[in-house]
Design a protein around this ligand. Structure first.
Ligand code: BTN
Length: 310
């Protein structure tokens, strides 16, 4: 175990101070070495008071350092500021990083959204990309995106008691306002996916820019700041379990997605880089494509695009 994890868990559990000798016994290192670890934690933002009786954790920064995720330390890569977690994750995926590697950043200088839009990534938000390696045919990869959005919506419903819903293709909304967006990138060789990188941006404690009036944050909905670390930890556990379980079969993913969807039954406008289509969203097929009923009654299958409820 990383000594930082032992120190933090003992300080968090301690009602008052935890003595240097208790920590040095637990870590089996000298008190000077304990002091060095404490010093390193202070340098990255943990406020730890040193008193003659021992150490006390005064404030715990809400930063998703790898050691904050016991069991995942080796696969979580945290950056304070990065261009985009998508670029970083793509490089790691191409170099052969393991399934479920996570790149998380406190801020992105060139965050990307769907359809070449930029994703405003100010401090306080949660921005991460997960590298998924499932040897599935490329055509089935949209199920991974749908699965991600439904697990996120489900987490917001279960753990935060929010009426979260999904909007095709991959947005998570609360009361019709966007709380999270998902962007997927895939590379395949022959007829099998080599990786699918799923980027997730969640408005947590950040201030969305004025050009996104339809956005909402978890802090606003909950009336207080929300821990990004905790949200990421719960979400990763749920997503990993869901991807590993039998419930990854398409019927179940699509069925659950539909039950959380606010798109089906609505009049929508689909915008792609090529143009726009309007119609009534009637279904999502087994590939995750949206089925639209056009004004003349004909059906049209839409594989990708941005969806606006009209
Ligand atoms: C959208 O709704 O248009 C998708 C937004 C996806 C944003 C996330 S933030 C983490 C990851 N890194 C990026 O540059 N984009 C995704």
């Amino acid at each position: 175990m990383d000594p930082k994890q032992t120190i933090l868990s003992m300080l968090r559990a301690g009602r008052d101070v935890v003595s240097g000798s208790e920590l040095s016994r637990a870590l089996d290192v000298s008190r000077v070495s304990v002091w060095k670890h404490v010093h390193r934690l202070r340098q990255v933002g943990y406020e730890i008071e040193a008193t003659p009786k021992g150490y006390r954790l005064v404030t715990d920064p809400d930063i998703p350092f790898a050691w904050e995720f016991p069991g995942r330390e080796a696969t979580i890569h945290h950056f304070q500021r990065i261009e985009s977690t998508m670029e970083q994750a793509r490089g790691m995926a191409r170099s052969g990083c393991p399934h479920f590697t996570v790149v998380v950043a406190d801020q992105q200088s060139a965050g990307r959204g769907r359809l070449n839009r930029s994703w405003h990534s100010a401090a306080g938000g949660l921005y991460f990309t997960i590298v998924l390696r499932r040897r599935i045919p490329p055509a089935l990869s949209p199920r991974l995106n749908l699965c991600t959005s439904l697990v996120l919506a489900d987490t917001l419903r279960r753990d935060y008691d929010l009426p979260a819903a999904v909007k095709w293709p991959n947005d998570v909304l609360v009361d019709e306002r966007k709380i999270a967006g998902i962007l997927a990138e895939m590379e395949a060789e022959a007829d099998r996916v080599s990786y699918v990188n799923i980027g997730v941006g969640v408005n947590v404690n950040n201030d969305p820019p004025p050009q996104e009036p339809g956005a909402v944050t978890l802090r606003r909905l909950m009336g207080k700041p929300v821990s990004r670390k905790q949200l990421l930890a719960v979400f990763l556990d749920r997503l990993e379990a869901r991807l590993a379980s039998d419930s990854m079969d398409m019927e179940s993913v699509i069925g659950t997605w539909k039950s959380l969807s606010i798109t089906i039954g609505r009049q929508v406008k689909i915008v792609t880089l090529q143009g726009e289509t309007q119609g009534r969203a009637v279904d999502v097929d087994s590939n995750g494509s949206l089925i639209l009923e056009l004004a003349d009654g004909s059906l049209k299958t839409v594989l990708y695009g941005d969806c606006f409820h009209v």
